[in-house]
Design a protein around this ligand. Sequence first.
Ligand code: F6P
Length: 497
Amino acid sequence: MTQSHTVQDHVGSSADLDFETNDARQEVVVIANRLPLRYSTSDVGGEWTPSPGGLVSALTAVLSESNGLWIGWPGATEYDSEPTYDGIRLQPVDITAEEYEEYYLGFSNATLWPLYHDAIRYPEFHRSWWHAYQAVNERFAKVAADSVAPGGIVWVHDYQLQLVPRMLRRLRPDVRIGFFLHIPFPAAELFMQMPWRKEILEGLLGADLIGFQVHTAAVNFSRIARRLTSAKGNAAVLEYDDREIRVGAFPISVDSAQISAKVDDPAIRERASAIRSELGDPELVMLGVDRLDYTKGIRQRIRALSELYSEGFLIPGRDVMVQIAVPSRESDAHYDVARRNIEQSVGETNGDLGLVGKPVIHYIHQNLPFDELVALYLAADVMLVTPFRDGMNLVAKEYVMAHSDMTGRLVLSEFAGAAMELTGAFMVNPHDLDGLKDVIRAAVSAPENTARARMARMRRSVLGRTVYDWADSFLGALRTDPVIAPLTVDESRPLTP
Ligand code: F6P
């Protein structure tokens, strides 16, 4: 059956909602741009496959435990059948082909995404994109308002839905609303560029609790909110519209137990050994796993490796790099250019330095199953995570969890949120190519006992705060009336500004 669009033209007041006829409303509703499954069509038909990204992997872990409702976009304008997912009730929200262009590719990913990632690419500001963003946010708010039980909780996720908290509050003043931003929140110098800056802040201020990945982002938000809206208060508690809004850092994490179980699975361990032998039994395996995104520093990483091979520190055949680049936002021109640049660099490096049957970089542009990723983590001696800016980066934490035997070395950008917690990593400024080469050299050459101690420190950090702790701390704070201190992280290290 092909679904028809259920687009609402506008959202009115709470009087528009017919609670009597809706008897399946949920205590806890999660709302994110994407469902955990997305629909795609090919010559052989359509299928539901797991959606990419850290948000989906984190929330899937949490929601499959609690049998909650997940509201999101199925990733296609037309799809066959309702998606189903283990233990999670899914409520698709449709968007039109035009909204896909203007709300998703446009305002979400060509305005907000670059603006919130240090304007690594120039953010484009178009009024029609803004109007589409408002319309789609209204639709999500209406579906959430229809789905949540009286006095229930709605947890809104990420930059695509920043207007939902305020819209939802107008419709359902009885519910508690939490908002969590998975990506960075920029400093005022950048955020002030946004033509609709006040509207976005007021959208977020509709929540009772606003969570960010790191303390710096929370402080950026509170400071700008006090400057541009009538909000008063301090970094942790704002007073706005006769309400108290809590703001804090809730660093997201991974399902440590799930990864540990996979690491102990003989089939996955065998696969890790097989990967090493398929790579030609090299002495050193380096690994990168990223969505193919210009923020991730993939090309910079390849340039650093290429120079290390040319200079003889790395030897073709003896040392190999595996780069998994998960396809992402492929209809956006910036992503297309990023892909071509990366693939050109891979081709040049292999052409200049590879041997027959022994490329120096094994490049895979595919969305791999999680078991295969865990096998790759296990097989890798050094993991390279070098984004120019990243909200958290769960790949770094997944790699750490895969190394229960304390092997493995992590090279980590100081501009990833994960750097605040994974202090045992080999820290790098990815903008500094020579610095990146030095840090890769240091990671490869570090004595085993030093590397093991670093890994042990990182594992303690990840084991001490799993994705369930993240969700519990956020939902606990949202459910609690008195002001409680949000989870804090040791940010004494002088890293990012
Ligand atoms: O974490 C940022 C994020 O945009 C998530 O919201 C999303 O799950 C992931 O990246 C993948 O992006 P997209 O949904 O645009 O494919």
